[in-house]
Design a protein. Sequence first.
Length: 356
Amino acid sequence: MDFEEFKEAITKDVKKAVDERLGTNTEVEIRHNNKTNYSYDALIVRPEGAEVGVSLDSDQLYKGFENGIDYNTIVSGAADQAAKALKEGPEFDIDMFSDYGQMKEKLSIEVISAERNADILVNVPHKNLEDMAIVYRFNVGMTPEGRGTILVTNDMLDKYGITAEQLHADALESAPEIRPVVIKGMSEFLAEMMGAEQAEMLGFAPVQDEPVLVASVPDNIKGAGIIAYTDFMDKAAERIGGDFYILPASIHEVLLVKDDGMVSKEHLEMMVKEVNATTVDPSEQLTDSVYHYDSKEKIFELADKFEARTKGEKEIVGKEKGSLMAEIKEKQKEVAATPKKETPEIKPKAKGGEAK
């Protein structure tokens, strides 16, 4: 069967299977969904009359079918996932969702590529940060798949009667509280992600004065948004000892490299592009750019702008540059290859339909 036939069939069959598992009636439909860096046809499953539901990627389900997985196995697996999420997911208080006074305490910040997500940004409040965009999510609890979130849309702002400026200000207050900044040396970060035993086998152990730091949030999920926090840059500058470059390892974390003349902007840019092209999944890429923070002038900007503004190239210490670049490049790849747990997006049902 082709994709259209597959979607029609799986909508009916997953509904039947989930109804049997839960002993209740569900509503199942296909709705096009835009996520960071890509879009897909989502299979939305929710209890009959409910305000929220579970979103499954029907594109991925169909790829499994094309690759030879039995159709009934796909239906069973999708039904199991949906039923578990509906049964074990967080209780959703629609009255609380309607009250911005309560919801603003759940606001978090993410950064995404403005160019790659132009379609999403048409419908959501955002603030430009060089070639990135700051977007906002409500954190509504833990699901079996991880942290449940709702992307804030322009329609939500209209219903709340607030401005994008107020949303941004509120998010800057709440986000650091519920998703605080975590800065670690690269070796310490990799050791924790791999586990003590494997890290010891590979020779990763915390070292003093590492040239590369990793910045994210406690769960390392979509933590690159910390670069938009009010005092992040100054705290990072104090930790690293002055000016630094910011490398977008992924949407989950950023690397901080001290600007001490040991590496050039061009080398860092080549490294980011290569790692994105060979290691980072497209859905988790942030940008191919390199950024810079001038700790004296307190300016965050693209590295190109920094060089143009300061009108001069940093002197590169050639003898040591090669080994340092190799170390940064290798560890950037290891960070990018670290598996991340998918964050489920909870779909609130707006009046007259589901929020886009």
